[in-house]
Write a protein that binds this ligand. Structure first.
Ligand code: SF4
Length: 474
């Protein structure tokens, strides 16, 4: 609700039976990762790839009558939130192309950070582009290497060697299904076993929905080939420092997903516990901002032994606020979407817990609504340190001027949103809650030091952020 927009979600399935229903179901499970467009591609019995894709949610973009025309035992799917490339039909994925190996379909989650340089290079060599999506660039590079190598694995490895940044890819190369994760493992991708085959997907919750079993994550710097009966590994760069996106645990991923060995719900509860120890408050009840702050608030309540209550009713059928075209309309839509429960709130000192603050405008409106419903004090605790720097790795936080924490102290932010007190989890506290070594995490948007080189930004060497920074509590 108050956090940044999502990145994208991908799925690939190779099984003994028609995979189209399972692809569609998986995309619905990972719908939260992208709502602008959805698509599926399947390899058919005639040796070509059929694709259905359109703008909109899965149920709109992939209507049953269209999906009923698709049939195949291997296929991929995608839900998109555009981070490179604008919202036009041509950018909906999967993207398709033709290579020497046969037809190709590709679905991508992440951002290729050397996109501009590579695109210029390929344009100068006479290649043409039909979209402004970095995923098309990947198909072009793969096409180039497919002309040079008989073995598609060699072409895939050479393609990955040109790319920098964040990428989790699923690719249909003729009738073969591949999954690829960038060498830092910035965006998630995991492997599951289902009844009649194997699958690749951004989040393990989709494996659960198909009554499957999570086998493992695709390793950073690994290409895997998935057949109906086996997983074949082709590591291409497994020695790079890791940089898993901390925001996946804080906000993006579903609480019931497991990423890189850490369950999202468990991490969020721990964030709440750490917050309660770092920034306690004398209040009557703990309340989440539904739904994203719920697990954090439960953790805070358990650790502080202050009762937990649901104080906001959320209208699940209201228009999603972030798709509205301007901030004024988004703010107006908040009251359609959320309403305080007066009997819970009236006369109480309340502490609300949310996952993160980017702009702060929604939170300001919610605090004012709580006061209007009779809350005597409203305190705020945030499960992510202040967001101060843009994300170049597949999340729509592109410019510093959109962050309330840029140029404002914590007390100034408290005054702007109208809270009685405000505290963020410290960077060290967040690292403790995620439970993954600091050197294996991307923390760039909260520390301003990037795990890859980005022109004009500070490059962080992954071993440490430096003493003083991780311990800094806002
Ligand atoms: Fe995730 Fe922030 Fe790094 Fe982007 S900059 S990958 S949102 S931790």
């Amino acid at each position: 609700m108050t956090g940044p927009k999502h990145s994208c979600g991908v799925v690939g399935i190779n099984a003994e039976n028609n995979v189209v229903p399972a692809l569609q179901k998986s995309l619905m499970i990972i719908q939260h990762r992208g709502q602008e467009s959805a698509g599926v591609s399947v390899y058919n019995s005639e040796g070509t790839i059929d694709t259905v894709k359109d703008n909109g949610l899965v149920q709109t973009a992939l209507p049953k009558y269209m999906l009923s025309k698709l049939h195949g035992t291997v296929g991929i799917g995608h839900v998109r939130y555009p981070t490179t490339g604008t919202k036009i039909d041509g950018n909906a994925q999967p993207l398709t192309a033709t290579t020497r190996y046969g037809p190709l379909a590709i679905a991508h989650n992440g951002d290729i950070t050397n996109f501009d340089t590579l695109k210029e290079m390929y344009l100068a060599s006479g290649w043409s582009f039909f979209t402004d999506s970095d995923s098309e660039l990947v198909t072009k590079i793969f096409s180039k290497y497919s002309a040079q190598h008989i073995d598609p694995i060699k072409a895939l490895k050479a393609t990955c060697g040109e790319l920098d940044g964040a990428f989790s890819l699923v690719m249909l190369v003729d009738n073969r299904l591949f999954g690829i994760r960038d060498p830092r493992g910035m965006r998630p991708l995991c492997i599951g076993r289902i009844r009649d085959g194997y699958m690749l997907v951004s989040e393990s919750a989709a494996i659960d929905a198909l009554n499957g079993e999570l086998i493992r994550d695709v390793m950073p710097g690994e290409i895997v080939e998935i057949t109906p009966t086996e997983i074949i590994s082709y590591p291409y760069n497994t020695s790079s420092p890791k940089a898993h996106c901390m925001f996946e645990w804080v906000y993006f991923a579903r609480p019931d997903s497991v990423m890189d060995g850490r369950e999202v719900y468990e991490v969020r509860r721990k964030i709440g516990e750490v917050l309660a120890r770092e920034s306690p408050a004398d209040v009557d009840l703990i309340m989440p901002i539904p739904d994203s702050g719920r697990a954090h608030a439960i953790g805070f309540s358990v650790e502080s032994r202050i009762p937990y209550e649901e104080g906001f009713m959320k209208n699940r059928f209201a228009e999603r606020t972030f798709i509205l075209p301007d901030q004024r309309q988004r703010e107006a839509a908040v009251s359609t979407k959320m309403n305080p429960i007066k009997s819970t709130v009236n006369g109480k000192r309340i502490l609300i817990v949310d996952d993160s603050i980017v702009r702060g405008t929604t939170l300001k409106k919610l605090i004012s609504m709580l006061r209007g419903a009779g809350a005597t004090e409203v305190h705020v605790r945030i499960g992510c340190p202040p967001v101060i720097a843009p994300c170049y790795y597949g999340v729509d936080m592109k410019t510093r001027d959109q962050f309330i924490a840029t140029g404002h102290s914590v007390d100034q932010i408290r005054q702007i949103i109208g809270a009685d007190s405000l505290a963020y989890i410290s960077v060290r506290g967040l690292i403790e809650a995620v439970g993954i070594p600091e050197g294996d995490l991307c923390l760039a948007c909260v520390c301003g030091k990037y795990p890859t080189s980005i022109p004009g930004e500070v490059h962080r060497y992954q071993s440490t952020l430096g003493e003083g920074f991780v311990g800094k509590s806002e």
